[in-house]
Design a protein around this ligand. Sequence first.
Ligand SMILES: [Fe+2]
Length: 215
Amino acid sequence: MTNKTEYLRAFYTPIIANRINLKQSEYDAINNLLLKLEMEKWENQQPSQIIEKDVYESPHRLFQREEYEIKNIATKITNQVLDVVCKLNNYTGIQKSNLLTYAASWFHITRKGGFVQPHNHPNASWSAVYCTDSGEDENTKTETELVLMNPAIIPMYIDAGNANINLPAASDTIRFKLKAGDLLIFPSNLMHFVTPHLSSRERITIAVNFWFSLK
Ligand SMILES: [Fe+2]
Protein backbone atom coordinates (compact mmCIF):
# COMPACT_ATOMS: atom_id res chain seq x y z
CA MET A 1 0.00 0.00 0.00
CA THR A 2 1.18 3.52 -0.72
CA ASN A 3 0.28 6.76 0.97
CA LYS A 4 -1.79 7.96 -1.97
CA THR A 5 -5.34 6.81 -2.64
CA GLU A 6 -5.43 3.83 -4.99
CA TYR A 7 -8.45 2.70 -7.00
CA LEU A 8 -7.75 -0.97 -7.51
CA ARG A 9 -9.33 -2.81 -10.44
CA ALA A 10 -10.00 -6.20 -8.89
CA PHE A 11 -11.98 -9.17 -10.25
CA TYR A 12 -11.75 -7.87 -13.76
CA THR A 13 -14.16 -9.50 -16.23
CA PRO A 14 -12.75 -9.58 -19.76
CA ILE A 15 -15.45 -8.90 -22.37
CA ILE A 16 -14.23 -8.61 -25.94
CA ALA A 17 -16.26 -6.79 -28.60
CA ASN A 18 -14.91 -7.38 -32.08
CA ARG A 19 -15.96 -7.61 -35.72
CA ILE A 20 -15.85 -10.20 -38.46
CA ASN A 21 -16.76 -8.23 -41.54
CA LEU A 22 -18.31 -10.15 -44.41
CA LYS A 23 -19.47 -8.91 -47.79
CA GLN A 24 -23.23 -8.40 -48.02
CA SER A 25 -23.39 -11.37 -50.41
CA GLU A 26 -21.71 -13.51 -47.70
CA TYR A 27 -24.17 -12.37 -45.01
CA ASP A 28 -27.00 -13.16 -47.44
CA ALA A 29 -25.56 -16.59 -48.20
CA ILE A 30 -25.18 -17.65 -44.58
CA ASN A 31 -28.55 -16.21 -43.54
CA ASN A 32 -30.30 -18.00 -46.41
CA LEU A 33 -28.56 -21.23 -45.44
CA LEU A 34 -29.57 -20.93 -41.76
CA LEU A 35 -33.16 -20.11 -42.70
CA LYS A 36 -33.15 -23.15 -44.99
CA LEU A 37 -31.91 -25.40 -42.19
CA GLU A 38 -34.76 -24.17 -40.01
CA MET A 39 -37.25 -24.89 -42.83
CA GLU A 40 -35.84 -28.41 -43.05
CA LYS A 41 -36.62 -28.83 -39.34
CA TRP A 42 -33.02 -29.26 -38.22
CA GLU A 43 -34.19 -28.54 -34.67
CA ASN A 44 -32.60 -29.01 -31.29
CA GLN A 45 -34.55 -31.85 -29.69
CA GLN A 46 -32.75 -31.56 -26.34
CA PRO A 47 -32.25 -27.87 -25.59
CA SER A 48 -30.34 -27.08 -22.41
CA GLN A 49 -32.67 -24.23 -21.55
CA ILE A 50 -36.29 -23.28 -22.14
CA ILE A 51 -36.66 -22.14 -25.74
CA GLU A 52 -39.24 -19.41 -26.00
CA LYS A 53 -41.93 -19.17 -28.64
CA ASP A 54 -40.67 -17.17 -31.61
CA VAL A 55 -37.11 -18.41 -31.07
CA TYR A 56 -35.73 -21.23 -33.19
CA GLU A 57 -32.62 -23.04 -31.91
CA SER A 58 -30.57 -25.45 -34.01
CA PRO A 59 -28.79 -28.55 -32.67
CA HIS A 60 -25.48 -27.74 -30.95
CA ARG A 61 -23.25 -29.05 -33.73
CA LEU A 62 -23.41 -26.23 -36.29
CA PHE A 63 -19.63 -26.09 -36.80
CA GLN A 64 -19.58 -29.78 -37.70
CA ARG A 65 -21.55 -29.12 -40.85
CA GLU A 66 -19.79 -29.23 -44.22
CA GLU A 67 -21.26 -26.19 -45.99
CA TYR A 68 -18.61 -23.64 -47.05
CA GLU A 69 -20.45 -20.74 -45.42
CA ILE A 70 -20.44 -22.47 -42.04
CA LYS A 71 -16.86 -23.73 -42.25
CA ASN A 72 -15.73 -20.21 -43.18
CA ILE A 73 -17.42 -18.44 -40.26
CA ALA A 74 -16.52 -21.27 -37.84
CA THR A 75 -12.83 -20.79 -38.66
CA LYS A 76 -13.02 -17.03 -38.25
CA ILE A 77 -14.87 -17.14 -34.92
CA THR A 78 -12.61 -19.88 -33.54
CA ASN A 79 -9.46 -17.99 -34.55
CA GLN A 80 -10.68 -14.83 -32.81
CA VAL A 81 -11.45 -16.72 -29.61
CA LEU A 82 -8.08 -18.48 -29.77
CA ASP A 83 -6.35 -15.10 -30.07
CA VAL A 84 -8.23 -13.87 -26.98
CA VAL A 85 -7.39 -16.99 -24.98
CA CYS A 86 -3.70 -16.79 -25.88
CA LYS A 87 -3.46 -13.08 -25.16
CA LEU A 88 -5.14 -13.31 -21.76
CA ASN A 89 -3.19 -16.44 -20.73
CA ASN A 90 0.11 -15.18 -22.17
CA TYR A 91 0.44 -18.35 -24.24
CA THR A 92 3.35 -18.57 -26.65
CA GLY A 93 2.98 -19.55 -30.29
CA ILE A 94 4.03 -23.09 -29.39
CA GLN A 95 1.44 -23.29 -26.62
CA LYS A 96 -1.15 -21.92 -29.03
CA SER A 97 -0.38 -24.68 -31.51
CA ASN A 98 -0.76 -27.23 -28.68
CA LEU A 99 -4.18 -25.95 -27.63
CA LEU A 100 -6.98 -28.41 -28.26
CA THR A 101 -10.22 -26.56 -28.93
CA TYR A 102 -13.67 -28.00 -28.33
CA ALA A 103 -16.88 -26.22 -29.25
CA ALA A 104 -20.63 -26.56 -29.03
CA SER A 105 -22.16 -24.28 -31.66
CA TRP A 106 -25.68 -23.44 -32.74
CA PHE A 107 -27.78 -20.64 -34.17
CA HIS A 108 -30.89 -18.76 -33.16
CA ILE A 109 -33.51 -17.25 -35.42
CA THR A 110 -35.58 -14.84 -33.36
CA ARG A 111 -38.86 -13.45 -34.59
CA LYS A 112 -41.02 -10.62 -33.29
CA GLY A 113 -41.68 -11.15 -29.58
CA GLY A 114 -38.90 -13.72 -29.16
CA PHE A 115 -36.38 -13.43 -26.33
CA VAL A 116 -33.91 -15.54 -24.34
CA GLN A 117 -34.18 -15.92 -20.57
CA PRO A 118 -31.21 -15.29 -18.25
CA HIS A 119 -28.80 -18.23 -18.27
CA ASN A 120 -25.11 -19.08 -18.38
CA HIS A 121 -22.98 -21.93 -19.73
CA PRO A 122 -21.21 -23.53 -16.76
CA ASN A 123 -19.56 -26.32 -18.78
CA ALA A 124 -17.44 -24.04 -20.93
CA SER A 125 -14.77 -21.40 -20.38
CA TRP A 126 -15.54 -18.95 -23.20
CA SER A 127 -18.72 -18.09 -25.05
CA ALA A 128 -19.13 -16.15 -28.27
CA VAL A 129 -22.11 -14.64 -30.07
CA TYR A 130 -21.82 -13.59 -33.71
CA CYS A 131 -24.62 -11.66 -35.38
CA THR A 132 -25.34 -12.27 -39.06
CA ASP A 133 -28.55 -10.23 -39.17
CA SER A 134 -29.69 -7.73 -36.54
CA GLY A 135 -33.26 -8.08 -37.84
CA GLU A 136 -33.78 -4.35 -37.94
CA ASP A 137 -36.08 -2.95 -40.60
CA GLU A 138 -36.92 0.54 -41.79
CA ASN A 139 -39.31 1.10 -38.91
CA THR A 140 -37.45 -0.72 -36.15
CA LYS A 141 -33.77 -0.04 -35.62
CA THR A 142 -31.67 -2.55 -33.66
CA GLU A 143 -33.37 -2.40 -30.29
CA THR A 144 -32.83 -6.04 -29.32
CA GLU A 145 -30.12 -6.25 -26.68
CA LEU A 146 -27.76 -8.98 -25.58
CA VAL A 147 -27.37 -8.18 -21.89
CA LEU A 148 -24.45 -9.42 -19.77
CA MET A 149 -25.01 -9.37 -16.02
CA ASN A 150 -22.52 -8.47 -13.32
CA PRO A 151 -20.87 -11.72 -12.16
CA ALA A 152 -20.53 -10.58 -8.54
CA ILE A 153 -21.68 -13.50 -6.41
CA ILE A 154 -23.45 -11.28 -3.90
CA PRO A 155 -25.92 -8.93 -5.59
CA MET A 156 -25.09 -5.31 -4.95
CA TYR A 157 -27.29 -3.00 -2.91
CA ILE A 158 -28.09 -0.21 -5.36
CA ASP A 159 -28.63 3.34 -4.15
CA ALA A 160 -27.39 6.83 -4.94
CA GLY A 161 -23.97 5.79 -3.68
CA ASN A 162 -23.31 3.57 -6.68
CA ALA A 163 -26.17 3.82 -9.17
CA ASN A 164 -24.32 6.23 -11.43
CA ILE A 165 -20.90 4.60 -11.55
CA ASN A 166 -19.93 3.94 -15.16
CA LEU A 167 -18.07 0.98 -16.57
CA PRO A 168 -15.78 -0.74 -15.73
CA ALA A 169 -17.01 -0.46 -12.14
CA ALA A 170 -20.74 -0.37 -12.97
CA SER A 171 -22.80 -2.61 -10.78
CA ASP A 172 -25.53 -4.15 -12.89
CA THR A 173 -25.37 -4.91 -16.63
CA ILE A 174 -23.61 -4.18 -19.89
CA ARG A 175 -25.85 -4.17 -22.97
CA PHE A 176 -25.07 -4.71 -26.64
CA LYS A 177 -27.21 -4.04 -29.71
CA LEU A 178 -25.50 -6.44 -32.08
CA LYS A 179 -25.37 -5.65 -35.78
CA ALA A 180 -24.33 -7.95 -38.62
CA GLY A 181 -20.62 -8.67 -38.21
CA ASP A 182 -20.45 -7.99 -34.46
CA LEU A 183 -18.72 -10.68 -32.41
CA LEU A 184 -18.94 -10.67 -28.62
CA ILE A 185 -16.67 -12.94 -26.57
CA PHE A 186 -17.22 -13.33 -22.81
CA PRO A 187 -16.56 -15.76 -19.95
CA SER A 188 -19.14 -18.55 -20.09
CA ASN A 189 -20.11 -18.20 -16.43
CA LEU A 190 -21.55 -14.72 -17.03
CA MET A 191 -25.33 -14.71 -16.79
CA HIS A 192 -26.82 -13.23 -19.96
CA PHE A 193 -30.13 -12.81 -21.74
CA VAL A 194 -31.66 -11.33 -24.88
CA THR A 195 -34.42 -8.72 -24.69
CA PRO A 196 -37.61 -9.13 -26.75
CA HIS A 197 -37.17 -8.65 -30.49
CA LEU A 198 -39.45 -5.90 -31.77
CA SER A 199 -38.88 -5.97 -35.50
CA SER A 200 -40.88 -7.98 -38.02
CA ARG A 201 -37.63 -9.21 -39.65
CA GLU A 202 -35.72 -12.19 -38.26
CA ARG A 203 -32.72 -11.65 -36.00
CA ILE A 204 -30.08 -14.30 -36.72
CA THR A 205 -27.16 -15.08 -34.40
CA ILE A 206 -24.58 -17.84 -34.07
CA ALA A 207 -23.58 -18.88 -30.54
CA VAL A 208 -20.58 -20.96 -29.48
CA ASN A 209 -19.33 -22.39 -26.21
CA PHE A 210 -15.62 -23.21 -26.13
CA TRP A 211 -13.46 -25.26 -23.81
CA PHE A 212 -9.77 -26.03 -24.18
CA SER A 213 -6.95 -28.26 -23.07
CA LEU A 214 -3.19 -28.13 -23.67
CA LYS A 215 -1.64 -31.18 -25.37
FE1 LIG B 1 -26.11 -18.17 -23.91
